[in-house]
Design a protein around this ligand. Sequence first.
Ligand code: ADP
Ligand code: ZN
Length: 604
Amino acid sequence: MDQALNILRRVFGYEAFRHHQAEIIETLLDGGDAFVLMPTGGGKSLCYQIPAMVRPGVGVVVSPLVALMHDQVTALKLLGVRAACLNSTQDRETQRAIEAQAKRGELDLLYVAPERLLTDNALALLDETPLALFAIDEAHCVSQWGHDFRPEYRQLSVLHQRFPDVPRLALTATADRRTRAEIVEQLDLKNARTFVNSFDRPNIHYAITDGQNARERLWRFLVNEHPDDAGIVYCLSRKKVETVAEWLTAKGREALPYHAGLPAEIRERHQSRFLREEGLIIVATIAFGMGIDKPDVRFVAHLNLPKSIEAYYQETGRAGRDGEPADAWLAYGLQDVITLRQMTLQGEGDALHKRVAHQKLEAMLGLCELITCRRQALLAYFDETLDAPCGNCDNCRNPPETWDATEPARKALSCVYRTGQRFGVNYVIDVLTGKADERIRRNGHDRLSTFGIGTDLKATAWRALFRQLIALGYLETDAEGYGALHLTEKCRPLLRGEVTGLRLRRMQKRVKADIRPMDSEVSELSAEEEALYDELRRHRNALAEAQGVPPYVIFANSTLRGMARRRPLDREAMARISGVGEKKLERYGDEFIDLIREYEAPIT
Ligand code: ADP
Ligand code: ZN
């Protein structure tokens, strides 16, 4: 362990281990297996990187994303770690050289994609390689319930059968129980020690707004909160991705589309620009993001409802990996609810799969319509208890207004009933508001007792009410066509008048200017420090561009902020800044010290 701590300080430039890092590393050094559940940004990588460096032999890292391996390896090399990756984009000669290094045990870390690792060639290579450990990153890819499912992951148990003495480490940021159990089962980790970290991401502010004018709301959010920050906007369809990216760009924010329908080289270019440049927005389907290591994503916005809380948590978790304040912002509307309901009903798979998908969507909708602390509900979903409301979500900071919707809800439900449970929302609203168009007259619905009983509310208010009634399970929609509404069992007591005081969220009329969280000391620099920080950042970005690496690979923003605050004027002081290890000090220390010194010098 002394050696591990020494590496943490010397190579990575960090003072102490965080969370369970020390115990995890110790388990592996003792030859045991470990299963690590830690939220994004928690510091999973060090858990296998350090033991791979301490133990003799090569640490083999299974990682699903070839595109990102390269950046990981580059970052390690800059720290002076002997790391390499094997993938299909390399020429044969490069591959051979790396294989030879591995066999001679001259590498600390070797990153390999799962499909490659399972080939006879690769397994034969491992037979001849001294092995320090196996790390299986993004281990939730074994789960067929999640959207990151990778069939090859299911075969990774072969590693254990073939190399029973090599310690293994599985890591994931996915917190739900079903997935955990599946990982243990599929990867044969019954004897592994499990380390569960709190899944709370206190630096992320959660806000969910209803989706009327979602784009305009998004725009205001960007202008007010993130005028020049990098972020991700998630949409459901490829087409919407393209139109939203164009729209943002036309309004003056550079936004790049990313979805599975784009040619690979465009996807790669956009991803790489997002990682390397500052302040870009990626508009994407869920195809984007797994393993995105960019630490300074300041917001994740959803223009559509995610299918489950797991998906929502994973996608929003890509914001603020660096621990600094970040926003998770979601707008959702009636059409989202209907579309997703239909998708889960029509989707592939057997009845059990559909039922699970349905339950997950219900839980997500419940989160949206919640009037109490979002974080408490999120953590409770993952079996964690947060004792007090968090103070850093929309409901905590700006408690939603509620109204007694019992009467209008009764009207809405009985109108669905009287029109025969054969029509979609828009039709029912037309009947409620007394719009006697041709279709309604043809059906004789202008003679119903519920015709025109809802003129006291506007159509938009009715849409919000219907959304909530669907979300809360009073109404269901058909799997096919325009989503005809029908009543559920839950309606009975309400229709019979046994339930009173159905309180619902009032629709947000205007987006109030949000108050920023004050609790983050990390981001508070004085004006003078801020100016120096900008200077340091400019320099770091220029270095990154010249070397063709993402800026954070050189120094993280938080490291630069540490420099701006503490102004180290010699190497010794510089070495004490968190994130400055030996190699970085040697390579970049002097030029950053010079910058700080210039800044200190009085202007003559
Ligand atoms: P994860 O893979 O869990 O999302 P990373 O391994 O990328 O997280 O770590 C997140 C950030 O925290 C990285 O910038 C990493 O260097 C930093 N970090 C990890 N462990 C420590 C530590 N003990 N002290 C300080 N910073 C750390
Ligand atoms: Zn809260």
